[in-house]
Ligand binder design. Structure first.
Ligand code: PLP
Length: 493
């Protein structure tokens, strides 16, 4: 039903646009009003604002309007001069959800104004039944696609059997999951957590413990080296490592013991190491930092420097791991064997939070009962889902597909040859393109892509990320490239 409704409305929109193009008019869709735009709006009456915007708009353009159509929650005004103006005037259901979220939820995110109700594979649908290609994948957590049948089945079966027992007892699920994760990442042991940042915290604690108990660093003197532009999560320790002022403002005082060096700078790493250095924590490709791919050989050199200086190399593969870059781990591209690896996001198969810190036996064996833990970490439901997520990844060829489709996507972006794109970067299906900030923001590009049926989100002001589920196929990418090309062409005018 919803799909039918969607097809009818997109068809109508397509015909409307095609019709206008046939007349030879310079058609483009320009968002003049951005509703709902600011958090202040939430305090005012929705109707009053919508009415004010409409009066304002029609007041200034009324003589120019030749047609109007209301479609998928938006009012399209066709001007005689050949322009279309779109005003997002959401239907009651859609708008109510945004209003509710804003009124009762902390505004610690800036979502695009779309309310999603369901997903299937690479697609999601909003409350009006409009279909979108998901090129965001929940910050790479939905690599298997939405509602993967095998993962849903595992989730349902395990939830009906046993979900949470805490680590006060053993379960018949955790061991097998940890074994598979260790084998695939060539690590000896793993410590299960829920969210990625908890696994990062675990890695930091393990590195400090190793520095004091093995390396012989003086009490409370351990240092961990991290990179400028890193993203390791949002806890106090994680933002204490961050070089991003926005993440840190008014959250001090910060956790001491971190040194920040430039990313992809091996000389800086060598120079920053001293006798107190416990570990170097690095993302093989910086995701949130702007899809920054270091030069080939960087990780190999880092591993070499760390080994020579008795410093642990810990790779945060929460975003880059599990096939996202076209190999099981991004560090596999250079056959680097880190001392510790952090996994999360896609490990939960897009249905449940599952994360791990994996490391050498001599590092994780330092933890004693009571040293560290989490009530939900490693519960049977998480373990069952995590194991199935790994199995699906391998058995359904998602990693190979990521490598192939990533190459195809990047080649297609280059071929667009848009003056708005200043750079295309990525590895596998962790792809981003840099936007010429003097002409348009990445946010505006994402808003226009949303209108055209592609969902993604900017990282920083200038990078549009494209990180679809790893099950995406060539036809979907080709169609996305057409949409991206048209959108950029529209914004170039
Ligand atoms: C590289 C990296 N590390 C850590 C995190 C934090 O993970 P979570 O949001 O699950 O805590 C993220 C999340 O985006 C990430 O990309």
């Amino acid at each position: 039903m919803a799909q039918d409704r969607h097809h009818r409305s997109t068809d109508l929109l397509r015909r409307l646009q095609q019709g206008l193009q046939l007349t030879g008019w310079p058609v483009y869709v320009k968002r003049l009003l951005n509703w709902p735009a600011t958090t202040h709006d939430a305090h005012l009456s929705r109707l009053a604002i919508a009415a004010a915007k409409l009066i304002l708009l029609t007041g200034s353009f009324s003589r120019d309007i030749s047609h109007w159509v209301f479609l998928t929650g938006r009012l399209y005004l066709v001007l005689r001069q050949g322009y279309i103006i779109t005003i997002p005037v959401f239907g009651n259901r859609m708008h109510k959800q945004i209003e509710l979220e804003r009124r009762f939820g902390a505004c610690n995110y800036h979502p695009l104004p779309v309310v999603l109700t369901h997903g299937d594979g690479c697609y999601v649908w909003d409350t009006d039944g409009k279909q979108y290609l998901d090129m965001m994948s929940a910050y790479s957590a939905v690599s298997h696609g939405h509602c993967h049948p095998r993962l849903l089945q595992t989730l349902e079966e395990q939830a009906g059997r046993l979900s949470v027992v805490s680590r006060a007892f053993y379960s018949d699920r955790l061991g097998a999951f940890l074994q598979r994760a260790c084998e695939l990442s060539r690590m000896d042991k793993a410590l299960p957590t829920n969210t990625g940042v908890e696994a990062v915290e675990t890695a930091l604690k393990a590195a400090r413990k190793w520095a004091y108990e093995v390396k012989g660093v003086a009490t409370d003197a351990a240092e961990i080296i991290v990179c400028r532009g890193n993203f390791h999560g949002r806890t106090l320790a994680a933002i204490s490592m961050s070089s991003e002022p926005e993440y840190r403002k008014n959250f001090g005082p910060f956790t001491p013991g971190f040194r920040v060096i430039d990313y992809a700078d091996t000389a800086a790493l060598e120079a920053a190491i001293n006798s107190n250095t416990a570990a170097f924590l690095v993302e093989p490709v910086q995701g949130e930092g702007g899809i920054n791919v270091p030069p080939r050989g960087y990780l190999t050199s880092c591993a070499d420097i760390c080994r020579r200086n008795n410093v642990l190399l810990i790779c945060d593969e929460i975003q880059t791991g599990l096939g996202r870059t076209g190999r099981f781990l991004a560090s596999d591209h250079e056959d680097v064997q880190p001392d510790g690896v952090i996994l999360g996001k896609a490990l939960g198969g897009g249905v449940y939070p599952v994360s791990l810190f994996l490391a050498r036996r001599d590092i994780l064996d330092l933890f004693q009962p009571g040293d560290h833990g989490s009530t939900f970490g490693g519960n049977p439901l998480a373990a069952a889902v995590g194991l199935e997520a790994l199995n699906v990844l391998l058995e359904e060829g998602l990693i190979e597909n990521s490598a192939l489709m990533g190459e195809h996507l990047r080649a297609g972006l280059h071929a667009l040859d848009s003056p708005l794109i200043t750079d295309v970067r990525g590895q596998g299906l962790l792809v981003g393109f840099e936007i010429d900030a003097t002409r348009v923001t990445a946010r505006t590009v994402c808003e226009h892509l949303m209108d055209s049926g592609i969902l993604t989100k900017e990282t920083h002001e200038t990078v549009v990320r494209l990180t679809p589920p790893l099950i995406i196929d060539r036809e979907m990418i080709d169609s996305a490239l057409v949409t991206i090309g048209d959108t950029l062409a529209t914004l170039t005018k």
